[in-house]
Design a protein around this ligand. Structure first.
Ligand SMILES: [Zn+2]
Length: 119
């Protein structure tokens, strides 16, 4: 039997899988929007592209560092909330929810009521 504070789909407080604290979790529904770039493919900046970004004089150093850190997190498989362009959509992702820790803002992904990220 699971501990009373283990992460669970029917709890608003549980041991955060990121920071380990017994913390309040905010549950979020997921919505989807079509990828709108010219290729119609998910965007990733890695390898040579990431090196180019790392040395791109178009951005001030702190902006470059923030962008590189973002892509390194994404490329490392992290799932997290980020502000992007506002979208309007009615595509609801049924069967998938997110929980976000109020203490560390770590995001967990739940499919079919089971936490699949982080594992
Ligand atoms: Zn946490």
């Amino acid at each position: 039997m699971k501990a009373a504070t283990a992460p669970a789909f029917d709890r608003r407080h549980f041991d955060c899988p990121h920071c380990g604290a017994l913390a309040e979790q905010v549950w979020l529904n997921a919505y989807a929007a079509p990828i709108a770039n010219a290729e119609g493919l998910p965007l990733r900046i890695a390898g040579a592209g990431l090196e180019q970004l790392r040395h791109n004089p178009q951005y001030p150093p702190e902006v470059r560092e923030r962008k590189v850190a973002y892509w390194e997190r994404v490329n490392g498989g992290a799932v997290f909330l980020d502000r992007w362009t506002p979208v309007e959509t009615d595509l609801f992702v049924a069967g998938m929810e997110l929980s976000v820790c109020r203490t560390c803002f770590g995001t967990a992904v739940w499919l079919g009521g089971r936490m699949i990220y982080p594992n």
